[in-house]
Design a protein. Structure first.
Length: 146
């Protein structure tokens, strides 16, 4: 990535490269690393260039929609403080992704590290598990003991 002082055209190209590798999606941290301040993110959303998909996750509006945008969105959502995805699709979702079942799960199953703390949008039809010593526990609510 380039530094914050790169020209706007270079910044757009860099953002496009990042988004291209992630199905058109990118995180607020990735945009900030390129020099897009939070007020600029708001501007690009209002101008229709970006679409806000979830807190801290955006999509370039002119980018073609991927086959499974939900998988990309929630993988980016699972990012740690350094913005590296920590989630792993598990259970029925993993079986479906690897064509090991005929079932099409109604919910996404994602397992995150036990130290993971992020709010969950329960309307997203997603089950989040917090792994601890190789075991998985249903993720209840941010701040609650598991």
């Amino acid at each position: 990535m380039r530094n914050r002082r790169c020209p706007p055209l270079e910044r757009r190209k860099d953002l496009y490269r990042i988004a291209q590798s992630q199905g058109g999606y990118f995180t607020a941290k990735q945009a900030a690393a390129l020099g897009y301040a939070s007020n600029k993110r708001i501007y690009y959303v209002r101008a229709g260039n970006w679409s806000r998909k979830h807190r801290g996750v955006y999509q370039l509006t002119r980018f073609p929609e991927p086959d499974r945008p939900d998988l990309i969105l929630w993988m980016l959502w699972s990012g740690d403080r350094s913005d590296q995805p920590t989630g792993v699709y598990s259970y029925q979702t993993a079986l479906s992704l690897h064509d090991l079942t005929d079932a099409n799960p109604a919910e996404l199953d994602i397992t995150v590290p036990a130290s993971f703390r992020r709010e969950v949008d329960f309307a997203a039809r997603m089950v989040v598990y917090s792994g601890c010593n190789g075991e998985a526990y249903p993720f209840v609510e941010v701040g609650e003991e598991i």
